[in-house]
Design a protein around this ligand. Sequence first.
Ligand code: ADP
Ligand code: MG
Length: 355
Amino acid sequence: MARLLAETPPGAGDRLAVILNGLGSTKHEELFVLWLTVAPLLRDAGYTRVKPEVGELVTSLDMSGVSLTITWLDAELEPLWTAPAETPAYRRGTTAVQSGDASGEETSDAGTADAPFEADADSRTYAVQCVAALEAARQSLHAAESRLGDLDAVAGDGDHGRGMVRGSDAAATAGAAAGTRGAGAGSVLVAAGDAWADKAGGTSGVLWGAGLRALGESLGDHRVPGAEELAAGMSAFAARITDLGKAGPGDKTMVDALLPFTEAFTRLVQEGAEPRQAWASAALDAVAAAEATAALRPLKGRARPLAEKSLGTPDPGATSLAMIFTVMGPFLAGSGQPGSSQSRITSNQTARALS
Ligand code: ADP
Ligand code: MG
């Protein structure tokens, strides 16, 4: 307290905004005990504490201790400090006007939801396969949820399984809804990606959402993509994820499974392999690469501070990516010809997804 008050600016008044903040592992009880020391010191020094905040406002994983912040209020700052606020992490008072705005947003969302899609019939047919691929991803993530959570709990925060389930649930639902409204494959994947990023939470959700959106933008709403267009789409998926997340090979992230996949798929397609077989073979590479991340220390993401603990355990994001790519392949790289046995399977799965 003495060190902070020694920095009192010249001409400062006697009204203070005070924030006593727990950094993560300090309990609220301990914060209030400490406040019982801080508050009298300020009172005895002649200060009025204006709406002080005691709680967890700025935290970092597993960090001990507190921060204490004081701001000398003036006629301009005090109304701003006491003004109602509503954000995901901080609330003060009530913000009736802002909730009015939020309902306005819902109306405009509903407006775009009904916007007509401009897609050709081939792309709509392929969109059915994309929806089936999302549905297959969703189902395998449900089955693997607790295993992925356990992997993430070794050095991360244990939420990877839950996040991937929430993201893929939202993506499969949004993709199917867009398909029902006549969207082509590109728009189905964009809608799915946006829903995934919106609902999953966590780093992997943002990256998966952005990747699916990039794939959709690359494939577009016309024609069934040929093998090379699909390879370009998957490279766009990977590029968006590395642009956003800035992870490279060996950082122990999903990128360690993703890049071996796109490299192998692109190479095999260029060599003239049949797309479904090229995909299956590239997915096997991704599975092997994901397993090999067990030997790495994480250099990106939430697992970095506990890197040593993660040795011997494969990266959760790489594991889930290899798993999902494996099950999505038969749909994304399957033949898009109506009447083929592949299309019949996907139509059945989609009918189930839509019901
Ligand atoms: P969070 O780390 O926010 O809890 P998840 O647990 O859902 O999110 O996902 C963790 C996974 O996200 C990691 O296993 C890793 O594969 C991936 N990841 C984390 N940071 C990055 C990054 N910068 N680039 C690519 N992937 C990342
Ligand atoms: Mg996590």
